[in-house]
Design a protein around this ligand. Structure first.
Ligand SMILES: [Zn+2]
Length: 341
């Protein structure tokens, strides 16, 4: 085959691939405060920066080709506006003609300003600003753009993965940390990857208006099955399994157990998939659980973060399966240790 023919065939294949995917288009109204416009050097410069920012947002959703659709967040320039006064008030203004409102403030000079980020429920607004400061924080610099990409991840149904993290020194049961997984929704800066959980949640949301808490509460698998094995991989009967909750955004394990179970002769104990409980604020009571299994002086630990457990439901499985292998907590004596071979 001639090179040009092969090239034409590749182009046709690629365009067929692109056509197979639906395009989800979302309209965006953008407002920016007057002081920020002055810092950036006028309205035309701001428009160019916003255009560049949305090129990068769309690229972040599309160029890894992880989603079932092509995402297109479109700025409505007829609705673009520059305002004076409190950004906090702009954030809560209704925008019935657009899917999203983005309020940009690089200065936040008034102490009455509130925190930036995603405002969901009936607000559907991204407040693109840092915490209160008296100097100009460029809302269009690289990290700020990585930040707004993360906020659009919320707009499409994804919770914060970092809300499920635990610092080792804030775990009173054992000094074990949980770092979350690689994802724009965990640590967005310099990151281009959406985790499998983010891909699943964002695909689930399709092109609809959604509420993150409701999606998350609905995606628990039927059951969670925990199997406890001894160091020789044999099932352990009567092992005690204790579940400790990790409250949202707390980076810590709570000392009060959610529940306790004992394994059967197969080494198994079964829990309902919604063992995380319920709260008003976040739907599910907690986004992660620290698991401790113990028997006869041997112990094992594990985590049940939503970003792993709920993927079982996305995979069509009835249960999320976890295996814990017991081991002695006391280290062996190095001079008495013999290699067995
Ligand atoms: Zn977030």
């Amino acid at each position: 085959m001639k090179k040009t023919v092969l090239f034409a065939a590749i182009v046709m294949l690629l365009s067929a691939y692109a056509q197979a995917q639906p395009v989800y288009r979302f309209t965006v109204k953008v407002g920016i405060d007057k002081e920020s416009v002055q810092f950036i050097g006028g309205a035309d410069a701001v428009r160019a920066k916003i255009t560049d920012m949305f090129t990068k947002v769309n690229k972040a959703f599309n160029y890894t080709r992880q989603f079932d659709a092509v995402y297109d967040f479109v700025v409505d320039w007829d609705a673009f506006y520059i305002y004076e006064g409190l950004s906090t008030e702009e954030v809560h203004k209704p925008h019935p003609d657009h899917d999203y409102l983005v309020v940009i403030d690089g200065l936040k000079s008034d102490p009455k300003e509130v925190g930036g980020g995603w405002y969901g429920a009936d607000i559907q607004t991204i407040y693109h600003a840092r915490t209160h400061t008296d100097h100009f924080n460029d809302p269009f610099e690289k990290n700020a753009i990585d930040g707004i990409i993360h906020e659009f991840g919320h707009a499409r149904g994804m919770p914060d993965i970092y809300a499920m993290q635990v610092n080792a020194d804030r775990n009173p049961i054992a000094p074990v940390a949980c770092y979350g997984e690689r994802c724009i929704m965990n640590y967005p800066y310099g990151e281009t990857l959406w985790s499998d959980y983010a891909v699943n949640m964002i695909n689930l949301s399709k092109d609809k208006r959604i509420e993150i808490d409701e999606l998350v509460a609905a995606m628990c698998p039927e059951k969670i099955r925990i199997t406890v094995l001894d160091p020789a991989d044999a099932p352990v009967k009567d092992a005690k399994v204790t579940l400790y909750p990790v409250p949202w955004y707390s980076y810590s394990v709570s000392e009060t157990p959610l529940t306790e179970k004992v394994t059967d002769k197969k080494g198994l104990c079964e829990l309902p998939g919604d063992v995380y409980g319920k709260t008003e604020e976040f739907g599910l009571g907690c986004p992660n659980i620290f698991v401790k299994a113990e028997h006869d002086g041997l112990t094992a630990y594990g985590w049940l973060p939503l970003y792993e457990v709920q993927n079982a439901a996305f995979d069509g499985k009835e249960a999320y399966e976890m295996t814990l292998r017991l081991k002695a907590l006391t280290p062996s004596k190095p001079f008495e240790f013999k290699i067995n071979r």
